[in-house]
Design a protein around this ligand. Structure first.
Ligand code: ADP
Length: 365
């Protein structure tokens, strides 16, 4: 048989799609007349870490509770490993779903030792096997020496690790975490997040976690599902959402943004900073040209757009410069690497590479 090397290489290079572990199909949940979640469809692959991101009240916890089986959908269905666990006429109780949970406050049992907390989900297993799993996990999260102590003797970061070990002990098919790092501050939060991710990757644990912090979502998730008012706005890798936001809401959610309103005429939106191509928008559509602060550049020569410095702030790695452009009602925020040495009232010149501009229609296109 003749081997076509090109074809063989192409086949080898093509990533094999992992099977779907959790699928939501058109899931809605109404509380009386409030729609906490509306028509959400989402598939999470085996071993994938997906973040539910959105402002308070957008439906993130509701979605998590639906997957856990704490709530029943009003419409749609949920499948785990291809088996329907919630849908019209079928509901699998939470205990039978093999789903693990880590809550914001960790919800450790105060009257149980650290080891017994971790052992909790292993009831029914032979004691020797349960003991091995508990010892292995406590060792892995660096808490073996605290096995006989009670939760109140541990720090916040340590309690989070116990909660994670407890949730992972029965090797759940999917791990659900609701704002798991939000009780921790700054550096500790970063450290605990990194350790958690290491463990999730090592154990190839399929994970859905909730956060309202875009930075956290971008650092931790394979894919981000952005929710707004109970709807899934966009789902993709961090870079997709940042560079190709589906709506104005999505564009605004990931950073401060400069918005220049305009109208689409002949496939372009005119602004005081120039015209920006908008080939997908219909004639006359109201749109905003959105520029992230790092995409407005300070340039040396008068070839750029003249602007006046309003104020500057030193933020360490970057300078934050607010400028006023003649003919533009709103001020622009510019993020410049290194010290600019600029002061209020200085004349500067700006450049806006057209490829970095996000032109978003006000109706969300
Ligand atoms: P998030 O986790 O994004 O902050 P939630 O999922 O908690 O949002 O809530 C989504 C919406 O559903 C909100 O409007 C909230 O007020 C409403 N909601 C959540 N739980 C209940 C409930 N038990 N009864 C009535 N409304 C609820």
């Amino acid at each position: 048989m003749r081997l076509d090397l090109n074809t063989a290489a192409a086949v080898a290079a093509r990533p094999v799609a992992a099977p779907t572990r959790v699928a939501l199909e058109g899931v809605s949940l109404h509380y009386g007349r409030t729609a906490a979640l509306s028509g959400v469809s989402l598939a999470v692959a085996e071993g994938e870490i997906v973040c539910l991101l959105g402002p308070s009240g957008s439906g993130k916890s509701t979605l998590l509770r639906l997957v856990a089986g704490i709530e029943r959908p009003s419409e749609g269905r949920i499948l785990i490993d291809g088996v329907e666990v919630a849908g019209p006429g079928r509901f699998v109780e939470p205990e039978a779903r093999q789903v693990g949970m880590v809550f914001q406050d960790y919800a450790l049992f105060p009257h149980l030792t650290i080891a017994d907390n971790v052992r909790f989900g292993l009831r029914g297993r032979p004691p020797a096997e349960a003991g091995r799993i508990v010892a292995g996990l406590l060792e892995r999260v660096g808490l073996a020496r605290y096995a006989g102590q009670y939760p109140h003797t541990l720090s916040g970061g340590e309690r989070q690790r116990v909660a994670l070990a407890r949730a992972l002990a029965p090797a759940p098919r999917v791990l659900l975490m609701d704002e798991p790092f939000s009780s921790l501050d700054g550096r500790l939060r970063d450290q605990v997040r990194e350790e958690t991710l290491d463990l999730l990757r090592e154990t190839a644990t399929t994970t859905i976690f909730v956060t309202h912090d875009p930075d956290e979502a971008m650092r931790a998730a394979d894919r981000i599902a952005l929710l707004h008012e109970g709807r899934l706005v966009q789902c993709g890798e961090a870079e997709d959402l940042y560079t190709r936001p589906a709506t104005l809401f999505a564009a605004r959610f990931f950073s401060d943004i400069n918005e220049l309103p305009g109208t689409c005429r002949s496939g372009r939106v005119e602004t005081p900073l120039g015209a920006f191509a908008a080939p997908a928008l219909p004639e006359g559509a109201a749109a905003s040209v959105c520029l992230r602060p790092e995409h407005v550049r300070l340039v040396a020569g008068p070839a750029g757009i003249a602007a006046r410095v309003v104020r500057t702030a030193f933020l360490g790695e970057i300078d934050h410069v607010v400028v006023a452009v003649p003919g533009l009602d709103t001020r622009l925020t510019v993020r410049a690497f290194g010290r600019t040495g600029l002061d209020a009232d200085d004349l500067v010149y700006l450049e806006v590479p057209a490829r970095d501009a996000l032109v978003v229609a006000h109706d969300g296109r």
